[in-house]
Design a protein around this ligand. Structure first.
Ligand code: ADP
Length: 358
C-alpha cells in the first residue's frame, strides 16, 4: 500500500488554476521529489498534503487513511521549511522538543528523542545554544531534527536548502538522503533545483503549470525525457529536428542537420515510424569531439567558441549550420575555427515528440 496517495487534487486561486487534477503515489521508504519552475504549484501541493491549504477537489490518503478533511495537527506530516521557522527565543534542544511537548509525550521519552535527533543531525554539542547564534546550515539541521523528532508518516520538505551556500547545500543534500535512507523515512521534497532532485531523489515528478509531466527515476528522466520541457529542465541539451529514414535492428536512422544519425530504440518514450518527424535530444557530455571519422554517428564540425571550465571545456560547435554544444573532459586546447570530427553514441540520443507537440 502506498504511504501517500494524492488523487485528482485540484486547486485554484480565484480563477487561476494552480493544480489541475494531480495524481501521485509515494511508496513507503521512498524519497519523492516535486521538481519544477517557480510558480508551477509544488508548494501548494505539499501544503495540501500537510493540511495547511484545502484542495478544491480530490483527496489525500496517508497510510490508507483519507485525511482530506483533517486539520494539520491531526495529520502526521511534519514539515521542514525553507526559512527554517525556528523559535528564536528557544535553544536548540527546546526547539526540537517543542512539538513533542504539544503531543504531551512523557518527559523521559521527549529527552530520549531529542538526544537521538541531535545525534542524527550532528548537533549534540549545540543543544543549549540559542538558535540565532547558529549558522544557516546549523539552523537547517535543527529544523530537520525538529521534523524528524515527530516521527511522521511522511516527512515534507519545502525547498529546505535554498537559503544555504553552494558548498553547504551539497553537504546537506547528501546528509538528508543518508538520514532518510537509514531511518527508512518516506519523504515528499519540493525543489526547483534539478541537481538536488537528481542526486537525492528515488523518483522525481516533474511539474509544469499545475500538472505532473513525467514521473520517473532520476537517470531515466535525464537520459530518456518524454518531452522537451523535462529534457531542458533537467540539464543542458540541443534539440535538432530529425526525419526518420528507416527502422532497422532496434535502431532508427534519422536525417538531421548534422547528417544521418543512428539512434537506439530501446527505452525511448517515442517509437518512430518511417517518415516521422521527431525532435532529438543530445546532451553536451554525449558529444565526443576529436573522434575517428569512421566511427558511428560521426560528423564534421567547426569550433565557434571554447570555454575552459577546469575539469571540462565547453565547446560551441557549428555542425553543418546547426549549433551544437559539447562538454569535453580533459580537453586539448580548441580554438575558434578549428575543424573537428564529432560523434554521438547511438544510445546517448533521446527521441522526443516533434517540437509542436507536448
Ligand atoms: P511553486 O512552489 O511551484 O513555486 P506555488 O505552489 O507556491 O508554486 O504557487 C503556484 C501558483 O499559485 C503561483 O502562480 C502563485 O503565485 C500562486 N499562489 C500561491 N499562493 C497563493 C495565494 N495565497 N493566493 C493567490 N495565489 C497564490
Amino acid at each position: 500500500m502506498a504511504m501517500l496517495e494524492i488523487r485528482g487534487v485540484s486547486k485554484a486561486y480565484g480563477r487561476t488554476p494552480v493544480l489541475r487534477g494531480v495524481d501521485l503515489s509515494v511508496e513507503p521508504g521512498e524519497l519523492m521529489f516535486l521538481l519544477g519552475p517557480s510558480g508551477c504549484g509544488k508548494s501548494t501541493l505539499l501544503r495540501i498534503v500537510a493540511g495547511l491549504i484545502r484542495q478544491d477537489a480530490g483527496s489525500v490518503v496517508l497510510g490508507g487513511r483519507d485525511v482530506s478533511a483533517l486539520p494539520p495537527e491531526s495529520r502526521n506530516t511534519p514539515m521542514v521549511f525553507q526559512n527554517y521557522a525556528l523559535w528564536p527565543h528557544l535553544n536548540v534542544a527546546e526547539n526540537i522538543e517543542f512539538g513533542l511537548k504539544i503531543k504531551k509525550l512523557p518527559r523521559t521519552e521527549i529527552r530520549k528523542t531529542v538526544d537521538e535527533m541531535l545525534e542524527v543531525v550532528g548537533m549534540a554539542e549545540f543543544a543549549k545554544r540559542k538558535v540565532n547564534e547558529l549558522s544557516g546550515g546549523q539552523q537547517q539541521r535543527v529544523a530537520l531534527a525538529r521534523a524528524l523528532a515527530l516521527k511522521g508518516d511522511i516527512l515534507l520538505l519545502d525547498e529546505p536548502l535554498s537559503n544555504l551556500d553552494a558548498r553547504l547545500r551539497d553537504l546537506m543534500r547528501t546528509e538528508i538522503r543518508r538520514i532518510c535512507k537509514e531511518r527508512r523515512l518516506t519523504a515528499l521534497y519540493v525543489t526547483h533545483d534539478r541537481r538536488e532532485a537528481l542526486s537525492v531523489g528515488d523518483r522525481i515528478a516533474v511539474m509544469k503549470d499545475g500538472a505532473i509531466l513525467q514521473l520517473d527515476a532520476p537517470r531515466t528522466l535525464y537520459t530518456r525525457p518524454a518531452n522537451k520541457f523535462t529534457a531542458a529542465f533537467l540539464g543542458d541539451a540541443d534539440f535538432p529536428e530529425a526525419k526518420c529514414l528507416r527502422i532497422e535492428d532496434g535502431f532508427a536512422l534519422f536525417e538531421t542537420p548534422m547528417g544521418e544519425l543512428r539512434v537506439r530504440l530501446e527505452g525511448q518514450p517515442v517509437q518512430p515510424a518511417q517518415n516521422d518527424v521527431c525532435t532529438l535530444m543530445i546532451r553536451p557530455e554525449a558529444v565526443r569531439p576529436g573522434t575517428d571519422p569512421a566511427s558511428p554517428n560521426a560528423f564534421p564540425c567547426i569550433v565557434r567558441d571554447s570555454v575552459f571550465l577546469g575539469e571540462t571545456t565547453g565547446l560551441t560547435l557549428d555542425a553543418s549550420g546547426f549549433t551544437l554544444h559539447a562538454n569535453e573532459p580533459a580537453a586539448p586546447e580548441r580554438r575558434p575555427g578549428d575543424k573537428l570530427v564529432c560523434a554521438v553514441p547511438p544510445d546517448a540520443i533521446a527521441i522526443l515528440p516533434p517540437d509542436n507537440a507536448r
